[in-house]
Design a protein around this ligand. Structure first.
Ligand SMILES: Nc1ncnc2c1ncn2[C@@H]1O[C@H](COP(=O)(O)OP(=O)(O)OP(=O)(O)O)[C@@H](O)[C@H]1O
Length: 582
């Protein structure tokens, strides 16, 4: 998908408002340019002693009036243009967030959080700078430089104007030379900030591990290294920026010198009046700032261009998992019959197959348990059911429909998924359970919490269900987090329930309570449980044992024990452990 440059898109969408803002700002610049003409008459009048007190008063009032009008037009124009820039900033952030929401797990596996944050915060700030200072200074510089030069050449002295203009192409050359340099260094700064943000984010997420392993010093050292790198990158950018700005000032200074020396000679020779000389130098003084700003404008647009390319790259990223155009919702809703047909799957960028030739049917309303060693592919199998990754065409069917032909929204709304890592949001416990745009009643929230065996824990908190959680729910224990996460899936009353090792952080007694509570909920719903603990799954209608991505044993608890294979040996070992423990 090709996207137009973002700034161009925004301007084209708000042509009239940009035109009004530009007109108001131009008006203020034009008014400002009247002042040198007033000074010219004033100086000539003084020199010829023809000025009256009334003339002086009129001139003073004129300058005040111009000052007030300039300020008025400038500030209204500024409000208009800056308002547009804020509008663009808001829209870009929303678009970026919406884009990220649509992208699949695969994309996020490849990104560092710090980089994503840098895009959302710093990159968009640069875009705002383009639309505020960039636009503002471009209009100001164009009008001030253009009109001042015409006034200088047309009304004062064309030769002198051309002379002071001579050094200016050097400024353009300079800007050209610095162009890629500054862009490159800006990218390095963004990367360094991304690295720093990732480091802080990772540190905060892993604070318990850092402390438990007494790694504070080494973490601080790593942070210092990143911090130094960030400073170095910023120093390099500052050096480039200041060299550019100093050299441009030297060039402007040369123009000024030429004006004073040769303008002075022209006055002495009587080619121009003293008033002309004063007006000429006032114009030149007025030019210095916009000419200097021209450098900043080029600089800002260069940075903007680099950011624009980056943001457009993100905004045009196609999600790896998305609906085809011809998807049709399953009439009457998904009921929950699952079928895997010769499913083999390899993660993108991986050589090895993670799942091999999985063939399996899970009748609607029945339960399937998946056991197997670490890394045998249990999570991968359930993630494919949610289409967090794309399974190969024709390998997974739900209610006899190929999974790819079911709208993603309907598919995911029909599955209550309790993932291995229990992500809780920094809001109340109630909101964490009722994680749905339409919300749920407090009775439904309490009921789900009861089935997940976390109700009693929650009402023991002073704020009960309104208790606010710290970021990622760190104020709850691992087991409590697991059960809140489970309540979130149960409240949906989905046709398919998936528990991915969801009982690992609860004790045997709580596990028993949860499983008893789940019996009623599971009635009529297809349920998949992956677990390392056989006690959690032995009542499942169907159990599969996975090894290196394959189903190596299949049956129910009794038949697998009779088989005397891997399942039986895990069962023996766990039973022995329990007996030794008890
Ligand atoms: N996003 C990914 N990209 C590439 N490889 C992955 C990805 N996720 C998992 N894998 C690999 O796929 C294999 C199966 O992982 P999976 O998480 O499905 O195993 P599991 O049986 O659920 O393990 P566990 O019991 O530890 O949860 C592992 O070798 C793992 O390294």
């Amino acid at each position: 998908m090709k996207i137009q440059p973002l700034f161009k898109q925004h301007v084209m969408g708000h042509k009239l408002r940009y035109a009004i803002g530009a007109a108001l700002l131009s008006m203020s610049c034009l008014l400002l340019l009247v002042i040198p003409q007033l000074l010219r008459h004033f100086t000539d009048g003084l020199q010829t002693l023809t000025l009256t007190g009334k003339d002086i008063m009129t001139m003073a009032l004129g300058i005040v009036a111009i000052g007030l009008l300039t300020a008025f037009f400038r500030s209204v124009g500024r409000i208009q243009l800056f308002g547009l820039a804020r509008e663009q900033e808001r829209k870009l952030r929303n678009d970026l967030f919406a884009k990220w929401e649509g992208l699949s797990s695969e994309y996020f596996n490849r990104q560092r959080i710090g980089d994503l944050m840098a895009h959302a915060v710093n990159d968009i700030n640069v875009m705002r700078e383009v639309s505020t200072m960039g636009v503002f200074m471009t209009i100001e510089a164009t009008v001030l430089i253009g009109v001042a030069l015409v006034a200088m050449a047309g009304t004062i002295h064309i030769g002198l104007t051309l002379l002071v203009l001579l050094p200016l192409p050097a400024l353009t050359y300079l800007a050209y030379r610095f162009r890629y340099h500054i862009q490159e260094r800006t990218t390095h700064v963004q990367e360094a900030i991304g690295q720093l943000t990732s480091r802080v984010q990772e540190f905060c997420a892993g604070i318990r591990v850092v402390k438990a392993y007494a790694q504070e010093k080494s973490e601080l050292k790593k942070f210092e290294e990143d911090s130094c790198h960030n400073r170095e990158m910023n120093d390099q950018l500052i050096r480039s920026n200041s060299s550019f700005s100093s050299l441009s000032q030297v060039i402007v200074g040369v123009s000024y010198l030429l004006s004073v020396v040769f303008g002075g000679i022209l006055v002495l020779r009587g080619d121009i009046s003293l008033g002309d000389f004063v007006a000429f130098n006032t114009y030149l003084t007025m030019l210095i700032m916009p000419v200097e700003n021209l450098g900043k404008v080029i600089n800002t647009f260069q940075r903007g261009r680099a950011v624009d390319i980056r943001l457009r790259h993100i905004l045009s990223t196609e999600p790896a998992v998305s609906d085809d155009d011809d998807v049709e919702p399953v009439a009457g809703g998904i009921r929950g019959k699952l079928e895997f047909r010769n499913l083999s799957f390899r993660y993108p960028d991986q050589q090895q197959l993670t799942l091999r030739d999985i063939t399996l049917t899970v009748p609607q309303g029945s339960s399937l348990a998946i056991v197997g060693k670490v890394g045998s592919g249990k999570t991968t199998l359930v993630q494919l059911l949610l289409r967090l990754y794309n399974p190969p065409q024709g390998t997974i069917f739900i209610d006899d429909r190929e999974i790819g032909s079911i709208p993603l929204q309907q598919l995911r709304e029909s599955i209550g998924f309790v993932p291995q890592e229990h992500m809780l949001f920094s809001t109340t416990i109630g909101n964490n359970i009722a994680f749905h745009p339409h919300g749920y009643t407090s009775e439904q929230i309490e009921e789900a919490a009861k089935v997940a065996q976390v109700h009693d824990n929650i009402i023991a908190f002073p704020g009960k269900f309104d208790t606010s959680l710290g970021e990622r729910g760190v104020s709850l224990s691992g087991g409590q987090r697991q059960r809140v996460s489970m309540a979130r899936a149960l409240i949906k009353k989905p046709s398919i329930l998936v528990f991915d090792d969801s009982l690992s952080a609860v004790d045997a007694e709580t596990e028993e309570h949860i499983l008893n509570g789940l019996k009623a909920v599971m009635k009529g719903r297809t349920t998949i449980i992956t677990s390392h603990r056989l006690s959690a799954i032995r009542h499942a209608d169907q159990i599969i044992v996975m090894d290196q991505g394959r189903i190596v044993e299949q049956g129910n608890h009794q038949s697998l024990i009779r088989l005397g294979g891997i399942y039986a040996s895990i069962y023996d070992m766990q039973t022995m452990n329990r007996e030794m423990g008890g």
